[in-house]
Design a protein around this ligand. Structure first.
Ligand SMILES: NC(=O)c1ccc[n+]([C@@H]2O[C@H](COP(=O)([O-])OP(=O)(O)OC[C@H]3O[C@@H](n4cnc5c(N)ncnc54)[C@H](OP(=O)(O)O)[C@@H]3O)[C@@H](O)[C@H]2O)c1
Length: 281
């Protein structure tokens, strides 16, 4: 594994997503998680109270106690509908119970919806002070929403913005990623494998992608991950319930993509030339 350091935290560049955990065979999911920890150092785990109505957190809870808690970095999320009702502490405590741990490393507002920004910051800061979470952040915030957040008292304590970003959805490169870099907000990129079967296979079956991946002894999926982590300051999280997929995905993932291959990829998967609203899943 390779790591970055953000605001004093050492964080793996690649972590596990757990969206739809519980919809496959749970023993396969647990084996894959264990394999990811042990063989690849994938100790960043991303979950949310929304995923399977708490089931994803419960599945993580059934394995994390086998590991030194301090070696894990757990990211969890509160739903905007609960944030709007002021249920930050209640929701966080319920998530902790399902996870079977006594703190969350990074707690995010899942998306903005109609949540009051200053109220969110105040509640997140309270959770930090009471030791239930170590850091807080947001997800699916576009640039103007980050600006509004940073105008709040303590808003600049926002640790990260978790966003959709992958080789075929590069809109965030236009101004959101530069803004976050400038303001020391970590980007965690979700859906690096394009989320859906159709979108992923369109990239994985692209002859250009296959040729570059072959040359660099990667699989198309590991090339897709290399694309996201290439700058070494963006963390990414992918989901798999399959050990063979996990192994394919991590194959030579940290071997850099050469400049000439990046130029060829940029002709097919062009960076944005103007601002588009942030895409979300
Ligand atoms: N903050 C947010 O709003 C938000 C939104 C979406 C996602 N997320 C987080 O980001 C994580 C990752 O995003 P994601 O789950 O949407 O999408 P993703 O990681 O881009 O893709 C996951 C899909 O790819 C499949 N897959 C993985 N490796 C494969 C391989 N080598 N060959 C073929 N298929 C492969 C997985 O199926 P198998 O299990 O069969 O491998 C799964 O269906 C989520 O799990 C979640 O934790 C956050």
């Amino acid at each position: 594994m390779q790591y970055l350091t953000h605001r004093g935290e050492r964080i793996p560049l690649i972590g596990f997503g757990t969206y739809r955990f519980g919809s496959s065979e749970q023993s396969a999911e647990l084996k894959t998680l264990g394999y990811g920890f042990d063989k690849f150092g994938m100790t960043l785990l991303d979950t949310a109270e929304m995923y399977g109505n708490g089931l994803s957190e419960q599945i993580l809870g059934s394995i994390i106690n086998e590991y030194d808690r301090r070696s894990l970095f757990i990211v969890d999320k509160i739903l905007p509908s609960n944030a709007q009702k002021g249920l930050y502490r209640e929701c966080c405590q319920k998530s902790l119970e399902r996870l079977g741990t006594d703190y969350i490393d990074l707690y995010l507002l899942h998306w903005k919806s109609g949540v009051d920004m200053q109220d969110m910051v105040d509640n997140m800061e309270c959770l930090v002070q009471s030791g239930l979470i170590r850091h807080w952040g947001v997800s699916n915030f576009d640039t103007h929403e980050m600006e509004k957040l940073f105008s709040c008292k303590n808003g600049s304590n926002c640790f990260c913005n978790q966003i959709l970003y992958n080789i075929s959805q590069r809109g965030a490169e236009y101004d959101l990623i530069p803004w976050c870099r400038e303001h020391d907000v970590l980007i965690i990129a979700y859906s690096p494998l394009c989320n859906s079967y159709e979108a992923r296979t369109a990239v994985a079956n692209d002859e250009l992608v296959k040729t570059i991946a072959d040359k660099e002894q990667k699989t198309p999926e590991s090339l897709m991950l290399s694309f996201v982590v290439r700058n070494k300051d963006i963390v990414t999280i992918f989901k798999t319930s399959s050990i063979s997929h996990l192994v394919w995905n991590m194959q030579n993932v940290f071997v850099p993509i050469s400049e000439s291959d990046m130029s060829a990829l940029a002709k097919r998967y062009a960076p944005p030339s103007k601002k588009y609203p942030l895409e979300k899943i």
